[in-house]
Design a protein around this ligand. Structure first.
Ligand code: PLP
Length: 386
């Protein structure tokens, strides 16, 4: 049995987007003055948070097959799930390392991020105990003030890294806070600090083979940040960060669908839903759709969002319930069983996740990640539907 609310995950669209991004990297706009590398950058496919809600195992396996250089996830626990699903490609762990899970790095051949002296010590001593050298990526905090070695303190922190015999610093990276506003002065400052930080590493004889920095936004807007690898997440899923304009033909990977379970006539002056936040100002037809906030639909969609039924936009009214939404379909002939599109295309109509996010004052990342665990993901490639 499959519940009527499902997420369709179009892995062909994912691969199309991945290849489109790679093509764009290969044919960097002529005359881009800030392009640094001479070879085409590789791609680290970001699959943290269950691949932004799309299903980490299926997405990572598809990316591996399409030739991603690495995939990246948030923590060791997420990375282990990928290995258990059969992923063989390199896996970078972005997050702070939970010391209790460190064994996972060695047992599952993961690439940890070193983002603090303490993390580096812990990985060094675990590697030493096992008599192995472990490839690590070193993260520099250039101004986001989240994870990473402070850019202005490297002369204190790097000697210990340089001396750690069991750490192979394969790459150095940073992360941008404001790359989705290309003219932003913090963005420029972070880039300058990252350049200076790499010079300090060299002074301490730390010479990583690889450098990376660009998230989706920087991939789109700042070729000077591409270096050896880029790290797109949202863009691979077919959504532009911060609504940045681009000339790429990306396809949304996730769409969200349901079916009408009941249709109800409401008289003028009556209410519908908890709190009576919707009062019918005319005879109104309400369709009931079995997807609610327990499925990840944001409560703020009531009065602000729409769904597509019979190819038409129908407003979500009243309040989003735990397991249902109420939709005003007055004037359209709607029957139980009719297809409902919550995100995606239906007939001529379409609802994008970016537009849904804008309607309620949030970001598409949040809406994608929140698509609930009780929603079945249906993949269009048989081999991936594990
Ligand atoms: C999430 C994340 C990315 C990808 O960000 P997008 O905006 O989705 O492209 C890249 N790098 C790091 C360190 C991240 O945490």
């Amino acid at each position: 049995m499959i519940r009527s609310t499902v997420a369709r995950i179009d892995l062909d669209a994912l691969i199309h987007n991945f290849r489109t991004i790679r093509g764009y990297l290969a044919t960097a706009r002529v005359g881009t003055p800030t392009r640094i590398g001479t070879t085409t950058p590789g791609v680290i496919g970001v699959v943290k948070a269950n691949a932004y809600g799309h299903g980490a195992a299926a997405v990572a396996l598809a990316l591996e097959q399409a030739g991603a250089d690495m995939v990246a996830c948030a923590d060791i626990e997420e990375a282990i799930l990928l290995r258990e699903a059969g992923l063989r490609c390199r896996v970078l762990v972005f997050g702070a390392l939970s010391l209790s899970a460190l064994d996972g790095i060695f047992d599952h051949d993961l690439t940890p991020t070193l983002s603090s002296p303490m993390a580096a010590r812990a990985v060094q001593s675990a590697a030493e105990r096992r008599g192995v050298r472990v490839r690590c990526h070193l993260k520099i905090d250039t101004g986001m003030n989240r994870l990473g070695f402070r850019h202005d303190n490297l002369d204190r922190t790097m000697p210990a890294i340089a001396a750690a015999a069991n750490l192979e610093i394969e790459a150095v990276y940073t992360h941008f806070a404001t790359a989705d506003s290309p003219g932003d002065e913090w963005f420029a400052q972070q880039q300058a600090r990252f350049d200076a930080a790499r010079a300090r590493l060299a002074a301490h004889r730390i010479r990583p083979r690889l450098v990376h920095a660009a998230n989706s936004a920087a991939t789109l807007s700042a070729p000077g940040t591409w270096f050896d690898l880029v790290r797109p997440g949202l863009l691979m899923y077919g959504v532009s960060p911060g609504g940045l304009e681009h000339g790429l033909t990306l396809k949304p990977v996730m769409s969200l669908h349901s079916r009408v379970v009941a249709v109800k006539g409401v008289r003028r002056g009556e209410i519908t839903g908890y709190g009576g936040r919707f009062t019918a100002d005319r005879p109104t037809t309400i369709a009931i759709v079995p997807a609610g906030y327990a499925d990840g639909l944001d409560a703020r969609l009531a009065g602000r969002g729409h769904v597509l039924i019979r190819g038409r936009l129908a407003p979500i009214v009243g309040s989003v319930c735990m397991d249902m939404i109420l939709v005003d379909v007055t004037g359209t002939v709607v029957e139980p069983g009719d297809a409902v599109t919550i995100i995606g295309q239906q007939g001529e109509g379409s609802i994008g996740v970016a537009e849904m996010a804008r309607a309620i004052g949030t970001i598409p990342y949040e809406l994608l990640c929140r698509v609930g665990t009780r929603i079945e993901r249906i993949y269009n490639r048989e081999s991936q539907s594990r």
